[in-house]
Design a protein around this ligand. Structure first.
Ligand SMILES: [Fe+2]
Length: 376
């Protein structure tokens, strides 16, 4: 088939689905007077241009990915120096990462249960479902900027009624009832999971060892405010890269430290990857089902945060997330042994700019201990 014929066939498909592009969620964002920017790759969240948001009292922009309509979204919010946002409640869940500044948040319900906690850049916390909350900038001279990942799109598209979503009196007291230690920085851990609603410093929090993702990786998973959303932190050493994997949409990856790049490609098209160079503050949201791989090319460990839906990782019958095990046995993780040699050459070239060389041999050998035979 010629390039022209392929384009014509795709144009015909686009026309057939055009009527499904609009939805109540997008109408809502437009009605708020805010822009929706493409979330697949944002070089620096600190530089995203924002507009005033009357409902909330700050400045904001929405970032949407390919499948946000049915999964999740994110927005960037700025609170001006000395300012506060308006009290707010919403019938969807929200996870927050503070990019810049310091401040506090008050959370309360109609029964009069109220808590206030302080945070600064690097903090992560969750807003309990439909609780009143208000954010305050603690500085008179510097703005606060945070990123929030929410499941507003499926909620707004389901109920199609903003009064229901933003003025709903229902209290989920099983999720929040003013427990005094609710936003305490707990260190209650089990294997790869930390049980807490508040992480004061995600950049420096010690993580757990996770060989499954390759090359000395570290990992820590969390679930904030009894939400259906999930998050994790991952770190990988200098001169290394992680194994590639694929999963469902809506994993919002924010680079917390280090420098490098990520490759994204459709399965079978690894000869045509998209390359996204990153720095501290970059956001990458791999598209639905797309293979992606993160490479550390800088002189220090690379760490990222991922905010995602609880359903973004398909699981096998035993409950294991498929992107944690080999494609050779039906998983969604590509073994080093099966990756493109061109990727290795590209990594070597990128490291050379810092006079560094790949330190991957130990990871390649370690993989062989458990690598299933090809074609099994
Ligand atoms: Fe991923």
């Amino acid at each position: 088939m010629s390039e022209e014929a392929r384009k014509k066939a795709m144009d015909e498909l686009v026309a057939k689905f055009a009527g499904e592009k609009a939805d109540p969620y997008k109408n809502y964002v437009q009605g708020e007077g805010l822009d929706i920017l493409d979330a697949q790759y944002v070089r620096n969240l600190r530089k995203v241009p924002l507009k005033p948001w009357a409902r909330r009292g700050g400045n904001a922009a929405y970032l949407n990915h390919d499948a946000s309509k049915s999964s999740n979204d994110c927005y960037v919010m700025e609170i001006e120096p000395g300012a506060m946002l308006k009290p707010h409640r919403q019938m969807f869940e929200e996870m927050i990462f503070v990019l810049d500044g310091r401040g506090s948040t008050k959370v309360w319900n109609n029964a009069g249960k109220s808590l206030t906690f302080e945070w600064k850049a690097g903090a992560i916390f969750g807003i309990p479902l439909n609780c009143w909350h208000q954010h305050f900038n603690g500085s008179g001279s510097a703005p606060v900027r945070y990123i929030a990942v929410t499941n507003a799109p499926p909620v707004i598209n389901l109920y199609k009624n903003l009064d229901f979503v933003f003025s709903n009196p229902f209290e989920f007291t099983e999720r929040f009832n003013g427990e005094p230690d609710y936003f305490a920085a707990k260190n209650d851990r089990e294997l790869w999971t930390i049980r807490t609603n508040f992480i004061p410093d995600a950049v420096n929090l010690p993580l757990a060892i996770a060989h499954e993702r390759g090359a000395g990786g570290q990992h820590l998973r969390f679930n904030l405010a009894n939400s259906s959303q999930q998050g994790h932190l991952s770190q990988f050493p200098v001169q290394t890269y992680k194994k590639a994997h694929a999963h469902g949409p809506g994993a919002h990856v924010v680079i917390l430290s280090g420098e490098g790049y990520s490759l994204c490609w459709n399965d079978g098209l690894e000869n045509k990857p998209d390359r996204f160079d990153w720095e501290v503050g970059t956001l990458i949201v791999p598209r639905d089902g797309v293979y992606h791989q993160h490479f550390n090319t800088g002189p220090q460990p690379a760490r990222y945060l991922a905010f995602r839906t609880g359903a973004s990782g398909a699981k096998n019958a035993q409950g294991v997330v498929k992107c944690f095990y080999s494609k050779r046995i039906g998983g969604h993780q590509l073994d080093y042994a099966d990756e493109s040699q061109e990727f290795r050459r590209m990594f070597e070239e990128a490291l050379a700019r810092h006079n560094l060389k790949p330190a991957m041999d130990a990871a390649y050998e370690k993989e062989l201990e458990t690598l299933p035979p090809a074609g099994e």
